[in-house]
Ligand binder design. Sequence first.
Ligand SMILES: Cc1cc2nc3c(=O)[nH]c(=O)nc-3n(C[C@H](O)[C@H](O)[C@H](O)COP(=O)(O)OP(=O)(O)OC[C@H]3O[C@@H](n4cnc5c(N)ncnc54)[C@H](O)[C@@H]3O)c2cc1C
Length: 834
Amino acid sequence: MKHLIIGGVAGGATAAARIRRADEQAEIVLIEKGKYISYANCGLPYYLGGVIEERESLFVQTPATFSRRFAIDVRVEQEVVKIDTAAHSVTVRRSDGSTYTETYDRLLLSPGSTPVRPPLPGIDTEGIFTLRNVEDTDRIKHYMDTHSVKRAVVVGGGFIGLEMAENLHRAGAHVDIVEMADQVMAPVDFSTASHVHRELLTQGVGLYLGTGVTGFKVRDGRIEVSTNKDQTLTADLVLLSIGVRPSTQLAADAGIALGTRGIKVDDYLQTSAPDVYAVGDAIEFNHPLTGEPWLNYLAGPANRQARIVADNMVGGNHTPYEGAIGTAIAKVFGLTVASTGLAAKRLEQLGMDYQTSITTSAAHAGYYPNSFQLTTLLTFDPATGRLYGAQCVGSEGADKRIDQLALIIKHGGTVADLTRLEHAYAPPFSSAKDAIAIAGYAASNIVSGAMPVVSWRELRDMDRSAITLIDTRTEDEFAIGTIPGAINIPVDDLRQRIGEVPHDKPIVVFCAVGLRGYLAQRILLGRGFKDVRNLSGGYKTYDLATAPVDPPCGEELRREEERVLSPTVEKVEWGSAAASPSGEAQGGLSASPVLLDACGLQCPGPILKLKKAMDQLKPGEVLRVKATDAAFPTDARAWCNTTGNIFEGHESDGGYHVVTVRKGAGCEAPSASCGSPLEKNKTLIMFSDDLDKALATFVLANGAAATGHKVSIFFTFWGLNVLKKEQKPQVRKDIFGRMFSWMLPSSSRKLSLSKMSMMGVGDRMMRHIMTRKNIYSLEEMRQQAIDNGVEFIACQMSMDMMGIQREELLDNVTIGGVASYMERAEKANVNLFI
Ligand SMILES: Cc1cc2nc3c(=O)[nH]c(=O)nc-3n(C[C@H](O)[C@H](O)[C@H](O)COP(=O)(O)OP(=O)(O)OC[C@H]3O[C@@H](n4cnc5c(N)ncnc54)[C@H](O)[C@@H]3O)c2cc1C
């Protein structure tokens, strides 16, 4: 029997080796158009970043070793250009252009997929790459070795794009990621992706979400990447990673049936043509959960299909392929993100009834050192509890949890099955109640009706005046940050303060991750309250998922530029000084920083430890705190800003965050360093949306900014209309949000004068006179303010109330609450309400 295989990497090489093991007498010919076979394409980004040091490590086999071990006729740098299914032959083109015909008894297609390269202006500029194979890798490596790559733009935030972003960062470049969707990693839900957003931002990566690249230009020896948001990013190297297409042309030309996008195969991986089989990225197969055809660009399924198809090619069609539900994992700096099965957004598209549950637990026992948090999102049938999908994100343990979940989902398991899972436990590895069991308990409570929940998205869109929102965390946690509109009743005080909870409105309770919220919910339900829901995933999920994703600026940008300019700068090694494992501050009082270990603690643990240690220091002394809570750098910065201490920066690596804080003089004894009234900052509250008042605001702001003072404008209530974009994306709104949209000006161009508006005549007259007299328009003044560094803060509470979405406002706007305003007002000597 003569077996001919097209494609010599994941699917092709695996099938060839298996055929040989099954049939020692078979003739096997493997044809590969590239120079290499059987290499690790999944390792290519890590070789470019220097994690894999030896290029040779990428090759599992060379054509010579493979040929010798398996007695296979390996022909590299030869491309199959035509298949004649009737004649059982193919036409092969050699690298010198000559062609020949080769026959087969059985043919396997494993041609993989090709990266998408959109026909954008300037796409062929030198320095723009895609990454698919060793040849691409060699080209990128050579370019990086011969050019100074200080800035890189990665177009596309998928798995490969993110791996490349990390590795380019590791190679010393500042990286910007441009992604058309509103999140990275399309297969996971937004709340899971928001962990990745935070990790990327923490590492100094610029993240441009909801943004499309429109073209490339070379200016002063660098590549300018322009976007549909009128931004221009500068790069020395651009990596396009916007997806792949299955390589189906050869099959289509031969009359082999295609499905919706890939080569159609039956249960035995045979195509429509006799004796022709296909595997890997190029095929489509029905999804085991939906029954819909889909493509799965992953190495695991390609290898498994190859093994099955080899058996069928040798022994006849006896082994069916059961399909893959799509189980994938990626490392993004210190974070691991993994997913399996169907995400909530996919279920939404399919119109399937589903429920989600988000839980956060320690990946291993919290009392054992260096415990990281692991967040698990489950999707399931709300009636039966049948699992549809799962996502895990954290710095530890996501890999083993997702594999367990994939197994259960693939076998039709339910959320209750998660609670029955037996897992190995010792403190360094997990907890007696494992993260998966906890996810199962929470989801089972939802299915049984014991714990009605609300998702972060539902809560975000809720009319806050129609509910009572209770933050059940401690007063300390509440003080650091909460959800706008929440009242604070710690769960331990709830029974004593039950009289404060109104009976006439639905209640939503929340805590940090969901457990205390659930306890509070049971107390309230047990005491006669009827409609009480717990926020799934708690404040942590809500806060992360609703946080604005802004590219690095200010301190972050400065640190990132420093890192890129001096890549050899020595990091202070945490382990080099005495850190107390007990968490007590240790170290000298003057030159060397005091070190504090807050690893394994969840918010607000690290902040409370930081506060306690700072209380013991003298002004000017420095504290370095190491924590595993990913929100710690942001929280520590906010804490410093409100307490008069100085946030000196942070380093994040491998899931650990080391924050450096200098003791300030304290706000009781104001000094310039703690942002005291000695500063001459200005704040303005823009409450109105009258055209004349808006003009006056920007005149004042620009004037103050021109004198070198930091100016912040807090836009609240009607003032938000001044910030509305003219071209707004489509956003989802509830009925009240839509009513507000109809009644309010749609952009700054529709603002009216506070006097003499006369049904719009006065407004147009005012704009006309301003043009004639060469006075800048409102929009020009507003842009000048942005260019002058004036900070625009949009009031979160007003946005929630009026149903205004982030996407409707100018890109340069920061979303903040009253605390953001108060923090700035305390440092200002002029505060105006307009
Ligand atoms: C950078 C990168 C990182 C990845 N990381 C992961 C990961 O971490 N995890 C994961 O599961 N998956 C990962 N993947 C995806 C995984 O590599 C693919 O899903 C898998 O290789 C698909 O196997 P395949 O045999 O279908 O295609 P390939 O392995 O791509 O092999 C196809 C081969 O066919 C050859 N060929 C095509 N047409 C012809 C022709 N007409 N004649 C001769 N030869 C031809 C091509 O040159 C190619 O070498 C990654 C892919 C890349 C590019």
